[in-house]
Design a protein around this ligand. Structure first.
Ligand code: IMP
Length: 406
């Protein structure tokens, strides 16, 4: 059964958008199963740059049906803005091409407000993700099904009444503002109503018919609420388990694809054993243009951590690696990779020789500098998972295909 899943192997921002875009062309279905507008996937076609936060990247090219699954949390205003921006860039989004699960939860303005007030320590994207999932698990959230039954505004009022009792921190003035905002929000939700429909029967049928299905992960494995560096994580299951609860139907992923950046980055707070605070880290940030697609924040940068990645492979059962941003490693005399962590959690490094040549846009593995090939082989040997594809630049053609992915 040709079902594929793409997941971030580290802390997000591994370059999933580009690979999903390359794959999506051949897909019948593309599914988001967790997260919300905290994600930012950048896709570049020639001179055009598309940034999606919520909508599966499959809408940009190809004829796939794109589904926001029940495991996601969706902000109506952000979604509408994103749809309008994509339409302006010539991407047509119709209810036949794009579906929102009625069981997905809404991210409301109050969630954004609470995120800012309560989650500073985590360094969140302030998109309201944590508070929306809190409502889901507390069983006080609003699901997208309310967009269709005419009860959305009433549900919002009840929701705010409830939150007013729970959170003194919101304050009277803000509460009034939030209540005043309900009619405009209801109008936005109304515009999105045609896209809300149960996609599970469609997906189940697609599985039966051996259609090409792609699940598009957001964030990365170590931001997973269970497996990540808790509490410095997001509020969903970003690893493979999330796909089963958040997509809607059972399917057997025959390709479990790790998008693995050839060094490490992280945004927000939390542990990062191989982080570099010196000129080398600065150089990685410069070479890789490491600034958040969602928040614009500079990303923390450091060496590749194979010790952590071993765990990531174990959790997700990866059987294919896309090794990304390798072109950003040119010009380092030595490249370090962590092969272990000592009892204090400090990385134990092995040093590999670097390369000088600019390899931007290379498409042939054999023409890569010897030391670059050695670096890639070291990674796959250590992890026991083949590097099937190497990304050598931002464009969709900047890719070395070592093993077929489809
Ligand atoms: P939240 O998902 O906005 O609640 O943020 C929780 C943590 O996950 C913070 O450290 C964020 O910086 C991080 N995070 C959330 N989404 C992304 C992403 O798409 N890429 C990288 N980090 C993310």
């Amino acid at each position: 059964m040709p079902a594929y899943i793409v997941m971030g192997a580290q802390w997000g921002d591994e370059g999933k958008g580009k690979i999903v875009d390359v794959l999506a062309e051949k897909m019948d279905f593309v599914v988001r199963f967790q997260g919300g507008a905290n994600a930012g996937h950048t896709v570049i076609h020639g001179d055009t740059r598309y940034v999606t936060h919520l909508i599966p990247s499959g809408v940009i090219s190809g004829n796939s049906v794109n589904i926001i699954g029940n495991g996601c949390v969706v902000d109506p205003r952000t979604l509408l803005e994103e749809m309008e921006a994509l339409e302006k860039q010539g991407v047509r989004i119709t209810p036949a091409k794009f579906i929102i699960s009625p069981q997905a939860h809404m991210v409301l303005p109050v969630h954004r407000y609470l995120d800012k007030l309560l989650n500073e320590k985590i360094g969140t994207t302030v998109r309201g993700i944590g508070p929306a999932y809190t409502d889901k698990v507390r069983r006080t959230g609003i699901r997208w099904e309310r967009a269709c039954d005419g009860s959305f505004a009433e549900a919002c009022r009840e929701h705010l009444d409830f939150l007013e009792k729970v959170y003194a921190v919101i304050g009277k003035e803000e509460m009034e503002k939030l209540r005043d905002g309900i009619p405009a929000l209801a109008a936005t939700v109304e515009r999105l109503r045609p896209f809300v429909r149960d996609a599970r029967p469609l997906l189940a049928q697609a599985v039966k018919e051996d259609s090409n299905i792609l699940y598009e992960g957001a964030q990365g494995t170590f931001l997973d609420i269970d497996h990540g560096t808790y509490p410095y994580v997001t509020s969903s299951n970003t690893s493979i388990g999330g796909a089963y609860t958040g997509g809607g139907v059972f399917l057997d992923f025959h390709k479990r694809i790790a998008i693995m950046k050839s060094y490490t980055t992280r945004v927000g707070e939390g542990p990062f054993p191989t982080e570099l605070f010196d000129e080398t880290g600065e150089k990685l940030r410069r070479n890789g243009n490491e600034y958040g697609a969602t928040t614009g924040r500079p990303r923390r940068c450091g060496w590749l951590d194979l010790h952590l990645l071993k765990t990531s492979c174990m959790i997700n059962g990866f059987n294919y690696i896309v090794f990304s941003k390798v072109s950003c490693l040119s010009g380092f005399e030595t490249l370090k990779v962590a092969v272990d962590h000592d009892p204090d959690g400090k990385p134990v490094y092995e040093a590999l020789p670097g390369w000088e040549e600019d390899i931007l846009g290379y498409t042939d593995f054999a023409t890569l500098p010897e030391n670059c090939r050695r670096y890639i082989r070291f990674v796959e040997d250590f992890l026991g998972v083949p590097v099937g594809m190497v990304s050598t630049g931002p464009d969709r053609d900047h890719v070395i295909r070592r093993r077929p992915i489809l």
